[in-house]
Design a protein around this ligand. Structure first.
Ligand code: EPZ
Length: 417
């Protein structure tokens, strides 16, 4: 069941509900290692990466999580084994998020290096250097990070470049580092703020999350807590673009437009008509699309995770858009697949030049990573004829039952063998 087939040309009409954020739930699950007490997470998305993180935590001693309608109860009563093995880490690099909590909980960790992935080398040097600043001793042997540190001490840490999971790892480790830790040039993504809200509910003392400077007062072990995970801004942005490319009228609900400001501004710039409220974006069924350049940058700028979907959208805009990917060195692989569908795109270094106004034709294409898969779905919705996307398991990592959600708003999409 790892192909998705789409017959394009249908306007999407109706309501799309956004699930909880993949990139918020993963650090929140890792945070459950910081206490032997239960951590209750609400609005959890049923995506493949959550299932993988459960397996990682169970290897360490987590009990079977109780899951019912979006609620998940995680508990690690005792830490049996501080090891995140290669066979799991290679399927989900975010497993590296257990490094900081393991050090905080039991003073040791053995975490497989994630290795590169389709979009880039994805090093973790910034994570390791920051944890060393807190007093941990780390070395890399036979593909594993071996970390040791039973008496972490607060420190001043400056990240360059900003790193989302690096900031998260340090925040979690610093909750048990004696004294004050100050993280400068911290990542500002909403998922960072969400993690800090959970950690503070668990008894941590964190200020400034969401800004460039985060202060963590280390102290006693954390206790259990309940927390509702924020909506997935990348899923929401993907749905808005899917509605826009079909000229449909769709209300994207249970989202936070405040987390999508620069994205919605850019979409307005290219002619997408929208109305927004506190928790919805309504795409209006009209508006000629016109080209506009894009540069991806760390939050609050336009996120790299919506770059591929934007590229699909502007293949239908009048004029030429230059799209520059400044976060990852190899995140333009969807260009080749879009070209096979008839898009007119040239690549120069980290930029793609999209000459818009071309009709797309359905084709057999292949997903290379999670967001490239989303791009191909957006393109398939408007392409003439049938698009079959192979390796659809990529999409399941970060989108909950995407074909069911899209069918509900009129898309002709199904999962096939
Ligand atoms: C997080 O990845 C997200 N994943 C990514 O989403 C997202 O694209 C990325 O942040 C955006 O920055 C999760 O939150 C689970 P980074 P992360 O560390 O933390 C370099 C998706 O599709 N860097 O912020 O791994 C790195 O190479 C995924 O949902 C180092 O050089 O990304 C990159 O160029 C894809 N050394 C830049 O920093 C390090 O130690 C930003 O990476 C760490 C990062």
């Amino acid at each position: 069941m790892d192909k998705i087939r789409i017959r394009g040309g249908r306007r999407l009409e109706g309501v799309l509900a956004v699930s909880g954020a993949k990139n918020a739930i993963l650090p929140a699950m890792a945070a459950s290692l910081l206490t032997p007490e239960p951590v209750v997470l609400e609005n959890t998305p049923a995506v493949r990466d959550v299932a993988t993180m459960i397996r990682v935590l169970q290897r360490m001693g987590a009990t079977d999580p109780v899951r019912e309608d979006g609620r998940m109860v995680l508990r690690v009563p005792e830490l049996r084994s501080p090891v995140a093995p290669y066979d799991l880490v290679k399927t989900m690099r975010a497993s590296v998020l257990v490094l900081g909590p393991l050090l905080a909980r039991c003073g040791e960790a053995r975490v497989s290096l994630p290795g590169g992935c389709a979009i880039g080398a994805r090093p973790v040097n910034l994570h390791l250097a920051a944890l060393e600043k807190l007093g941990a001793r780390l070395r890399v042997e036979h593909g594993y990070i071996l970390a040791e540190g039973r008496d972490l001490r607060g420190a001043e840490i400056t990240f360059d470049p900003k790193t989302v999971t690096g900031t998260e790892n340090v925040m979690m480790a610093a909750t048990r580092a004696r004294g004050l830790t100050v993280v400068k040039n911290a990542a500002r993504e909403p998922e960072i703020e969400d993690l800090a809200a959970l950690l503070n509910a668990m008894g941590a003392r964190i200020e400034g999350a969401g800004s460039d400077t985060i202060r963590i007062e280390g102290g006693a072990a954390l206790h259990g807590a309940m927390h509702r995970v924020i909506p997935d801004r990348i899923e929401a942005g993907t749905f808005v673009m899917a509605a826009a490319i079909t000229r449909g009228g769709v209300r994207v609900e249970h989202c936070r437009p405040a987390h999508l400001e620069t994205v919605l501004e850019k979409l307005q710039e290219i002619g997408v008509k929208m109305k927004t409220g506190d928790d919805f974006v309504e795409v209006l069924p009209d508006g000629e699309l016109r080209a506009a350049d894009l540069v991806t940058s760390p939050y609050p700028a336009f996120p790299t995770d919506l770059q591929a979907q934007y590229m699909a959208l502007v293949t239908q805009a009048r004029g030429t858009s230059r799209i520059t990917e400044s976060i990852f060195e190899n995140r333009l692989m969807h260009v080749g697949e879009l070209r096979r569908m008839g898009a007119d795109i040239g690549v120069e270094g980290r930029s793609a030049l999209v000459r818009g106004g071309t009709r797309l034709a359905g084709a057999e294409v292949m997903a290379t990573d999670l967001r490239a898969s989303a791009c191909l779905i957006v393109a398939g919705l408007v392409a003439d004829g049938e698009t079959t996307i192979d390796r659809a398991y990529h999409i399941d990592r970060g989108y909950e039952r995407i074909e069911e959600k899209l069918r509900r708003v009129g898309a002709d999409v199904e999962r096939i063998r």
